[in-house]
Design a protein around this ligand. Sequence first.
Ligand code: SF4
Length: 299
Amino acid sequence: MKQLWCEQQMVYEMEEPSLERETPAMKAGTDLHLARELAVQDIVNVEITSPEDAFAVKLINLIGMAEDFATGAACVRREIPVFGAPYGEGLFLSGIVDEIRCDAETFQLDVVEMKTRANSKTLPSTSQMATHRMQVMLYKKLFDDLVRGAVTKATIALHLRLRLDRRLGDDVLHHLGDRRACDTLGSLTDFAFARLQSLPFVARTTLEYCHQADACCFEMVAVDYDDAWLRAAYARCAGFWRGARAARGVDVEEAWKCRTCEFADTCAWRLRRIEEILSERRSACSERAGIPDRSAPDE
Ligand code: SF4
């Protein structure tokens, strides 16, 4: 959700992907996520021979989750892939849900997104939390769209340029076990979708804030899913990706974000905004002093 923090910053980072950006705090967060994943499931290496194989592994993970929840073999799964093309905006979206919990009694599904804090047991800024809220809402939307059958094989093939009739690699087929008859991406997708459509929608979305020092949760924040809000926010984001508008930097009220931004010295958006503000102030001073504004065009 970098786009919500500052779209312009996201663009600069994409333009300079070689820059090393992993801070010790980010590494500690990644390690904590991995430790939590390993606490509930094993990581298995699968040999990938094609893009279709790579997508098939996502489907295998989803099938495993759906079957484990249905049989009661597991009530928590972590690092769950989700994907889809929400709200008909013409974009394909992929994500990894930190955690999905299934209540063994009620079969209710909850999505929990963990965020780690490096320095203190305090919630992040309102702006940062807004990005977290949108992220967890989007995960529910993607998951629910899979459950309701709103994602099609054709959508996947079109956006990811995958061949549905391509035979999957031997190691992928090996990990399919007794489902080896699903030997193409198309047939495996049909199978996975059928399993997913037997699940309920996500009932609750929650943000779990953990302190990196002790790996303990210090606050759970319930997020009320608001489909109308999400649709509008997503449409605003999608406009940029479709090329309908240029990247935007932060608004004046959030200029504090620029203080810690590595692009602040050269950011065209920021420099333009500073120039606009100085120009407005010069005009206001001139007006008060009764001096004609020389920067205004001649009539
Ligand atoms: Fe965004 Fe400010 Fe950084 Fe520019 S300087 S990229 S507006 S955060």
